[in-house]
Design a protein around this ligand. Structure first.
Ligand code: GLU
Length: 555
């Protein structure tokens, strides 16, 4: 009895690996093309860190005419969630990070290197495990979970390195006959890798992001095939990324310390290893402590949060590119009109340690991104968001023509309005444009310089009776407000007022504020002239009248 017989006894059905090597030929891509992937477990949940990784992966592959694929790592069936794959696909789509290959629905994939769901690749892993067993590089282990636990407890008590290695690896020294005997007797087993490594030797490795790293060699006989016949992450990683032609493994840096093991697996399997790029996690400042964004503690850790809040996908991606390459900010400043696809991302410029997530900055990016949208784009996107998350806003937007006028205020010019960071801001930023939501509401009157009820009434009345004409152009409109100010003893120019404050009650800006508050209930709004144009004469007059009569009760 030799290793080959043992391998046949364990995996009698498994094919020769040459079958798979031929079935999945080397990809025919141009020199330098990056083939990479996003490989989540199907929990349905996408962490912002996962989105960050996929954005980087997608960008690098498209920059180099390579391939980005989505592989579902469902070998830990305890972590599975119903419709978990669809959730991931949906999130990627939301951010326009669509894979070239891989899973496209809960059950289907596209591309020539599939299946792209690990549970459907069982026979492939078994073929490679068989191949290792044939060469004495893997073996069946009959230790029960309790026995493995006892080994660990002993190691802990003796304060030595835990794990299944060296003298502790009880089953590695069984003879082929002993192994075959146990199998024939129906004993349960798993398959372990027979590590050729030694802990007292070091390996040097160059990570694309982290640079040169040095680790002890791996000497653990890790499990490669579990009792359920499925592989562990480590083994599936080696087999899949080899067969799928991955050139760059871009993943979270929690895997950095597994590199010695992974390189060993690639070597023993006879595969050429990929390049590794380990990404630092996105961090949060929690009362002065820097920690990873946590799924449990932080709403913003979930990608779904951004969709619910209506933070545009473009803003999230721009912000993540900012974190990825510090050169992005300057590039963006120099190229405000370019799309982010034109930015050349560089892996070797990624920061080695975790960047802090800054929501204020993200929302700021959101404001800039939305300020560049046309009124139509703002309308369509806000409506799409409202349909899902805000019925009242959806109703407000049902008059397309009027909505477009509102969104057109101070837009499309050199300095567009920047008051909307996310779609959930829209309602508040436009609500005063709706008479039914504005008139007859007992609103708090904001404090301002001119705060005397009689005086306010006087300004408003004089304005609508003598000065207001809806056909005035902007200059005439403003000149008339100056006239009004002058007539009532206010400085027509702020400069004049500043030079001789004792001569005036206040200045034209304060008078405009009275009108602005009467019209909108706010001291701060986009251009008042445009607002009045959009509201139209009837609405302007009824707002002013109503303000002049009833609302001052709250002063
Ligand atoms: N399934 C692994 C994870 O979610 C994938 C790591 C990798 O990209 O290789 O962490």
């Amino acid at each position: 009895m030799d290793y080959k017989d043992l391998a046949n006894l364990i995996f009698p059905e498994a094919k020769e690996i040459s079958y798979y090597e031929e079935k999945y030929p080397r990809r025919n891509l141009k020199e330098g093309a990056i083939v990479t992937r996003f490989a989540p477990s199907p929990t349905g949940f996408v962490h912002i860190g996962g989105l960050y990784q996929s954005l980087i992966a997608k960008k690098l592959s498209s920059q180099t005419d390579g391939v980005f694929f989505l592989r579902i790592e469902d070998t830990d069936q305890k972590r599975e969630v119903e419709n978990g794959i669809s959730g991931i696909i949906h999130s990627l789509k939301e951010f326009d990070i669509e894979p070239d290959e891989g899973m496209i629905t809960e059950t289907e994939g596209k591309g020539n290197y599939g299946p792209y769901k690990q549970s459907e690749r069982k026979e492939i892993y078994q073929a490679y495990a068989k191949y290792l067993i044939e060469q004495g590089k893997a073996y069946p282990c009959f230790c029960t979970p309790e026995e493995v636990e006892q080994i660990r407890a002993k190691q802990e008590a003796a304060k030595i390195r835990p794990g299944y290695y060296g003298v502790w690896a009880k089953c590695r020294n069984n003879t082929v006959e002993e192994m075959a005997e146990k199998i024939k007797n129906g004993e349960q087993y798993i398959i372990r890798f027979k590590s050729p490594g030694r802990e007292d030797r070091k390996i040097k490795h160059k990570d694309v992001i982290k640079g040169n790293v040095e680790f002890p060699e791996n000497d653990q006989d890790i499990v490669i095939i579990k009792a359920d016949g499925l592989p562990t992450y480590h083994f599936a990683h080696a087999v899949d990324d080899h067969l799928m032609g991955t050139t760059h493994v871009i993943r979270g840096d929690e895997w950095l310390s597994s590199v010695p093991l992974h390189l060993q697996l690639f070597h023993e399997l006879g595969f050429r290893p990929p390049k590794y790029a380990h990404i630092a996690p996105i961090m949060k400042n929690d009362n002065g402590n820097k920690r990873k964004l946590s799924k449990r503690k932080d709403a913003e850790a979930a990608v779904s949060y951004y969709e619910q809040e209506g933070i545009p996908a473009e803003a999230v991606k721009e912000y993540l590119l900012n974190i990825a390459n510090s050169t992005f900010e300057n590039w963006r400043r120099a190229n405000p009109e370019k799309t982010m696809e034109e930015f050349e991302l560089q892996l070797n410029k990624m920061s080695v340690s975790g960047a802090l997530f800054d929501m204020v900055k993200l929302l700021d990016v959101g404001k800039t991104v939305i300020s560049k949208f046309t009124a139509e784009q703002v309308y369509e996107k806000a409506l799409e968001w409202a349909k899902k998350y805000d019925k009242e806003l959806e109703e407000m937007l049902s008059n397309r023509e009027y909505s477009l006028k509102i969104f057109g205020i101070e837009r499309g010019n050199k300095k567009p309005r920047k008051d909307i960071a996310k779609w959930s801001d829209v309602k508040d930023s436009i609500i005063y444009m709706y008479d039914d939501k504005f008139l007859n509401k007992n609103q708090e009157y904001p404090y301002q310089v001119i705060n005397d009820k009689e005086e306010i009434n006087k300004i408003i009345t004089l304005y609508i009776e003598k000065y207001y004409n809806e056909n005035d152009d902007k200059q005439t409109w403003f000149d008339k407000i100056k006239e009004l100010a002058g007539e009532l003893g206010y400085a027509k120019e702020v400069k004049e007022f500043k030079a001789n404050p004792e001569k005036y009650k206040a200045h034209v800006g304060d008078v405009s504020t009275v009108l602005r508050v009467a019209l909108t209930g706010r001291t701060n709004t986009p251009d008042m002239y445009e607002i009045m144009q959009v509201l139209g004469k009837d609405s302007v007059i009824s707002r002013m009248r109503q303000r002049g009569q009833s609302l001052w009760s709250t002063i």
